[in-house]
Write a protein that binds this ligand. Sequence first.
Ligand code: IMP
Ligand code: MG
Length: 331
Amino acid sequence: MKIDVVLGLQYGDEGKGKVCHSLLKDEDYTHVLRFNGGGNAGHTIYHNGKKLVTHLVPSGVFYGKRSIIGPGCVVNIRKFLSELEYLKSEGVNTEGLVFIARNAHVVTEDHIVEDGRDTKIGTTKSGNGPAYRDKYVRTGLRAENFKELEPYLVDIYREFYSKPSSEHVILAEGAQAIGLDVDWGDYPYVTSSHCGIGSVLLNGFNHKDIRNVFGVIKAYDTYVGAKKFQGDDPVFEKIQEAGSEFGSTTGRKRQVNWLDWDLVTKSIKMNGVNRLVVNKTDILQTVGEWKIKSRGELLSFENDKEFCAYIRGESERMWIGCKFSYNPYEI
Ligand code: IMP
Ligand code: MG
């Protein structure tokens, strides 16, 4: 078995969905598996010239691949079924392609109501926190407990280990990012799942089967939630506008700041990232300022060439490959 992993290295919204979509075009994957999170995620992709936003269904459906919502995820049944309807109405075939691990947990309507009362964290109000809590206090319900999910259920062990495992090439699609990881993010301003490489393995995979770990960042930081994140420089408003930085699940304005290279470095080292993808460098081109926070300093660059050269140099020092992409996305 071979597994390629796509991880966010900032605070979500780096463009993981687009990277997955692009990898699926070129690589011969048999499966796509979402390994963490739930309906709190929002993956915006451009497929056949159309802008589509998914929250739960893995990006494999766009290329006819088996698409599994893994046991590390939590699923609201109503939102899952309506996403299938949405994709169908947009002309995307999902028939016989979308599955949910039997042991994934379910987000109930009560979880959503409870999460709706949050004012402290600024959650997406998708019910994720309460659903993961109930999983860990052992009062939760799994997908296999719901009759309406029967046609979609899959047993991960049977799926991946009953045939010779060499037949499988899996794209493990992450949601959220290291800066939102429940252990490694800025607690309590985090999500309720693990967003790093360890989380992939918890879905039933063997660490020896990991082939590539793609770390995705964009040229500046954004964050959505209750803590103050945006700096005082008016340039951040300009970046927010130029980059259309609005949450794809909640529509909230994303707060903006300069790229925190120390967080990127930490995320790369702790997760074994071997390929870095840098999205949206053209947005800084639009505002005409290029800065990076690194090792306690705010570095300024004259143009995008210098900006990219810094990131490339740092990546080479860590022995990892690096690619830059612009908007609209191309890799
Ligand atoms: P929750 O995951 O809905 O509980 O939200 C916890 C924090 O994570 C909040 O700051 C959310 O805005 C943020 N968050 C959750 N999912 C995403 C995402 O997919 N992109 C960006 N931020 C997210
Ligand atoms: Mg998103």
